[in-house]
Ligand binder design. Structure first.
Ligand code: FUL
Length: 513
């Protein structure tokens, strides 16, 4: 039921309507906080997940023996002598991502072929047996250090499947895998993500046995024990696998999250490599865990560099589309850009990354929301129903936050949020400009420490004095980018539907370029 615009408390027999109005922009700060503190709703992110949500866009580096054999999955019998980048430059690689606005890098420290890009003490199948830096090189070290120099967080991919190791398939290999993990978790500074692949078992070299080894995906790796190791040694890192426990696979390798894509899901009974992709893609509105999705995709058809694919690099426009379908749906975007045989990002890929950055800069150049007057209206039902109990009793203590007036939506501070009163049933936020503005993209962020609260939001625009619905979307979470037909108007209204009052940390309205 639409609320009547006024600055008074109105009441009608069944539903009191409260209208709060403040001005943002120049008057911001002159008003006492009108937003209401709220209790968390449903599962909420851990501090490590909250920090991960801030990254949004980070790079994947598939680099290793396959780069030199022109394959995607090495058999495990490749000689380490093949690993011979001619001009390896970790700074060129990290710089390419940093300049394109990425916030982290994840490196394949070991792919399925078992070749370790660091001098692991667990096997001779490593970079130490290669000609690279005369056997004294360490790709993980060089890239982790270059990433930090460029302000990028660093993470590693360690394939559970190892087609080189003689013990693969036996309990002994699990000890080897954990020892490798320990080396990576302790030797390379703070990691933001540990990436465990779901491809497991099959034929391989296996120390010369050249056999087919199948494993029971549900029991062989004893994942909970491995995850404990990660949590103990890198408490700030999130763990990625099909089922998390920190970040979930999005269910495809196309870089596309579902619409909706809820950050919550229940993974009971599922295992890494054995989970329903469709559910992973969309999440579950009433899921029991906070387990947001990560969208991994390659800039080329393959994950590793193949010169034959140099003319099949994704275009900047395609990358922007993927950004809207991943980051814009509350997930993260993990874009693989594989270094070439020199050990550098190839020119074609560099051009695509630069173009992608330029497009984002253009789309997100001018936020019109801070120059609008903001007002909110809320409808309060006669009898408030109890909100469902949260799995988290309190907002995590380490997260400082304040609720505030509508200005919190445009203050560029993700630690402040706006929320209507606890009794609100439906909330509306209206932006009014003195003269008409033209926009075509909106960005919304929920205040995640209070959970994913909003069921849906409708975007309405004033056309000749009447509001018309332009778009309705469901899941918001970390971020929702909404494209609307290019519109020229003085008023924009958002109508939120949620089982508990919404809590939003940001609202942006981007001027059409
Ligand atoms: C898959 C692997 O099999 C691919 O080679 C690649 O690493 C991709 C990211 O994950 O499961």
């Amino acid at each position: 039921m639409p609320a009547a615009p006024s600055s008074l408390h109105l009441s009608c027999p069944s539903r009191p309507v409260v209208v709060l109005a403040i001005l943002a922009g120049t008057l911001l700060g002159r008003f006492a906080a009108q937003g209401q503190p709220q209790r968390p709703f449903g599962p909420v992110p851990s501090p490590a997940q909250l920090a991960w949500h801030e990254l949004e866009l980070y790079g994947f580096l598939h680099f290793g023996i396959n780069t030199f054999t022109d394959r995607e999955w090495g058999f495990g019998d490749e000689s380490p002598a093949l690993f011979a980048p001619t001009d390896f430059d970790a700074d060129q690689i990290a710089g390419a991502f940093a300049e394109a606005g990425f916030r982290g890098l994840i490196l394949t420290a070991k792919h399925h072929d078992g070749f370790c890009l660091w001098p692991s003490a667990t096997t001779r199948h490593t970079v130490a047996a290669s000609p690279f830096r005369d056997g004294r090189g360490d790709i993980v070290r060089e890239l982790s250090e270059a990433a930090r120099r460029r302000g990028l967080r660093f993470g590693v991919y360690l394939s559970p499947w190892d087609r080189n190791h003689a013990a693969y398939g036996t309990p002994e290999y699990i000890d080897v895998y954990r020892a490798q993990l320990r080396e990576l978790l302790t030797g390379y500074g703070e990691l933001f993500e540990m990436w465990h692949d779901g491809a497991n078992g099959g034929d391989g070299y296996y120390g010369g046995a050249r056999a087919t080894r199948t494993i029971d995906k549900r029991t062989y790796y004893d994942w909970p024990k491995t995850w404990n190791l990660v949590h103990a040694l890198q408490p700030k890192a999130v763990i990625f696998s099909d089922v998390g426990p920190g970040v979930r696979w999005v269910g495809n390798e196309k870089g596309i999250a579902g619409d909706p894509c809820w950050a919550t899901i229940s993974t009971d009974g599922w295992a890494p490599g054995d989970a329903p992709s469709e559910e992973l893609n969309r999440g579950q509105r009433r899921g029991a865990q906070w387990l947001p999705a990560e969208c991994d995709v390659s800039i080329r058809p393959g994950w590793f560099f193949h010169a034959s694919e140099n003319d099949r690099v994704r275009s900047p426009e395609n990358l922007l589309d993927l950004y809207f379908q991943s980051v814009g749906r509350g997930a993260s975007f993990l874009l693989n850009v594989p270094p070439d045989r020199r050990g550098r990002i190839a020119d074609q890929d560099l051009r695509a990354l630069t173009g992608f950055r330029e497009l984002r800069d253009r789309v997100f150049a001018h936020d019109l929301a801070p120059s609008a007057s903001l007002s909110s209206e809320e409808t309060i039902p006669p009898a408030m129903s109890e909100s469902p109990p949260s799995t988290a009793p309190e907002t995590p203590a380490s997260v400082a936050f304040t609720s505030g007036a509508l200005g919190a939506l445009v203050d560029r501070d993700e630690k402040t949020y706006w929320s209507p009163s606890a009794a609100s049933e439906e909330a509306l936020v209206t932006l009014t400009w003195e003269s008409a503005v033209t926009f075509e993209v909106l960005s919304l962020r929920e205040f995640l420490p209070l959970g994913q609260r909003i069921d849906a939001v409708s975007v309405e625009v004033d056309r000749d004095g009447r509001f018309e619905v332009l778009a309705t979307v469901t899941s918001i979470g970390a971020r929702r980018l909404i494209k609307v037909p290019k519109i020229n108007s003085t008023r924009l209204r958002l109508r939120f539907t949620s089982p508990v009052p919404p809590a939003l940390s940001s609202l942006q309205v981007f001027a059409a370029p």
